[in-house]
Design a protein around this ligand. Structure first.
Ligand SMILES: NC(=O)c1ccc[n+]([C@@H]2O[C@H](COP(=O)([O-])OP(=O)(O)OC[C@H]3O[C@@H](n4cnc5c(N)ncnc54)[C@H](OP(=O)(O)O)[C@@H]3O)[C@@H](O)[C@H]2O)c1
Length: 251
């Protein structure tokens, strides 16, 4: 079975590796034998993740990805990559009317500008191998599916999905694949924080919309990432893979 999902020895960059989905992705990829570059802002949490992973060759790369210096430092310090998982992001749900210039710009900076400019730096520095797989973590709240409070958050993710479509065409001739994954609610630190501000009850009601009867776990997204990084998905590019326990099956 392993031969179909072989990623042993592949060099893969994971952003947002210090928490939630990114940590789950890193655990899965390390268990499968990949060599990881782990990005995050919080030194303690990033080191804790790096030290807990299988294998000891993983490299933490610290910094705020909205900084062009950090984007450049990462693109300089990593070797040629077989995979990139652009997962770091900010989940902020609030009514459109409450948003202001700063909150809109912050969501677009963290969720769209930072991964886009990091990816461009990696490409310009020729750090993406032929045959590489690039994965962007979007959300079911994006261009095709809305949610209350998701106007700007969903816009930032919709912009990312637009990037995936055209970039997959531009990079296709180098056999570099570009795909996105759209998770439904995944139980992470970010969702714990949202539960505190929006209230547990609204989540209990929301959970009823999930046909499989549970929210996702980071490992559910990690499985999809593993597949898209492996040669088992070698003829898949430009898609958005929905991992949502059936949420968007509803009309
Ligand atoms: N959880 C969900 O239900 C869900 C659903 C759909 C999509 N998503 C998407 O999945 C991704 C991960 O979400 P999560 O729930 O795992 O969130 P999380 O637990 O809050 O983790 C977010 C990660 O992103 C990093 N990060 C945030 N802003 C950054 C910045 N400016 N520079 C560098 N790193 C930054 C954080 O680093 P530090 O901790 O070091 O600051 C952390 O590692 C996000 O893109 C989110 O939009 C999540």
């Amino acid at each position: 079975m392993d031969e179909y999902f072989h990623i042993k020895g592949k060099k893969i960059l994971v952003t947002g590796a210090s928490s939630g989905i990114g940590r789950g992705i890193s655990e899965r990829l390390a268990n499968a034998g990949a060599h990881l570059y782990l990005c995050g802002r919080d030194r303690n949490r990033l080191d804790t993740v790096a030290n807990s992973l299988k294998g000891n060759e993983h490299q933490p790369l610290l910094g705020d990805l909205t900084s062009s210096d950090v984007q450049m430092k990462i693109a300089t310090e990593c070797e040629k990559l077989d995979g990139v998982v652009l997962n770091a992001g900010l989940i902020e749900l609030m009514p459109f009317q409450i948003h202001n210039d700063q909150s809109i710009r912050e969501l677009m900076e963290v969720n769209y500008m930072a991964p886009t400019l990091l990816l461009q730096s990696l490409i310009k520095k020729r750090k993406i191998s032929r045959n590489a797989s690039i994965i962007v973590i979007s959300s079911v709240t994006s261009a095709n599916f809305g949610s209350i409070g998701g106007t700007i958050y969903g816009s930032s993710k919709g912009a990312l999905e637009g990037l995936v479509k055209s970039l997959s065409i531009e990079l296709g001739r180098q056999n570099i694949r570009v795909n996105s994954i759209s998770p439904g609610i995944i139980e992470t630190e970010a969702i714990e924080t949202l539960k505190k501000s929006l209230g547990e009850e609204s989540f209990q009601n929301d959970l009823k919309k999930y046909p499989l009867g549970r929210y996702g776990k980071p490992k559910d997204v990690a499985s999809a990432v593993h597949f898209l990084l492996s040669d088992s998905s070698s003829w898949i590019t430009g898609i958005n893979l929905v991992v949502d326990g059936g949420l968007t099956a509803h009309s």
